[in-house]
Write a protein that binds this ligand. Structure first.
Ligand SMILES: Cc1cc2nc3c(=O)[nH]c(=O)nc-3n(C[C@H](O)[C@H](O)[C@H](O)COP(=O)(O)O)c2cc1C
Length: 172
């Protein structure tokens, strides 16, 4: 039987690397922060993940070229809102390089002034404990100070498309 990883293109080829990463289905979040002078910023993020249970740590990565990089680096806190399947419009909205993305978006203020998106299915309020420059991204690690969830269907990102989960039968 032929093995698909034999003769596979080099992972240094961006399109191939991105396509392989896209096979890993993720949830979709809005990561947000608040600057010392009170301005807020947020963007669509699917690199969010769990890191440690004790202490409770999470991680995500931000493009170094992002217009929001300096703001996130300097802020003491960030928040993560896990989007519901019905919030596809917000996922698209927060992926655009636009100023004042929270204008007109239903949200409430969390720890450190960080916005939390209303009608999301889970929220993590974090204190930034580490920011590392790795490749073309900044790796943020946050200590979770508070988190909450409500029942709901998550928005999913897979191979460049949005979708939602479907439960499998137990015997499939
Ligand atoms: C589903 C999805 C997931 C994304 N995940 C990330 C991510 O993990 N990190 C990141 O830097 N950008 C991610 N982006 C892109 C940013 O949302 C986008 O580049 C950003 O909002 C552009 O604004 P900026 O230039 O002000 O950063 C993602 C976009 C989409 C649609």
């Amino acid at each position: 039987m032929s093995h698909p990883t034999r003769n596979a293109p080099d992972p240094g080829l961006p399109r191939h690397f991105r396509s392989c990463l896209g096979a890993f289905a993720t949830g979709v979040t809005i990561v947000a922060t608040c600057a010392a002078e009170g301005s807020v910023a947020g963007l669509t993020v699917n690199s969010f993940n769990s890191l440690s249970l004790d202490p409770p740590l999470v991680l995500w990565s931000l493009r170094r070229a992002s217009g929001n990089a300096a703001l996130f680096r300097e802020a003491s806190n960030f928040s993560v809102s896990v989007l519901a399947a019905g919030q596809l419009g917000l996922a698209r909205h927060f992926a655009l390089s636009a100023p004042e993305r929270f204008a007109g978006v239903a949200h409430h203020e969390g720890l450190g002034g960080c916005p939390l998106v209303d009608a999301a299915i889970a929220w993590f309020e974090c204190e930034t404990v580490s920011v590392q420059e790795l490749g073309d991204h900044l790796l943020f690690i946050g200590r979770v100070l508070r988190c909450a969830r409500v029942p709901g269907v998550p928005l999913v990102f897979h191979q460049g498309d949005f979708g939602q989960t479907t439960a499998l039968d137990a015997d499939s």
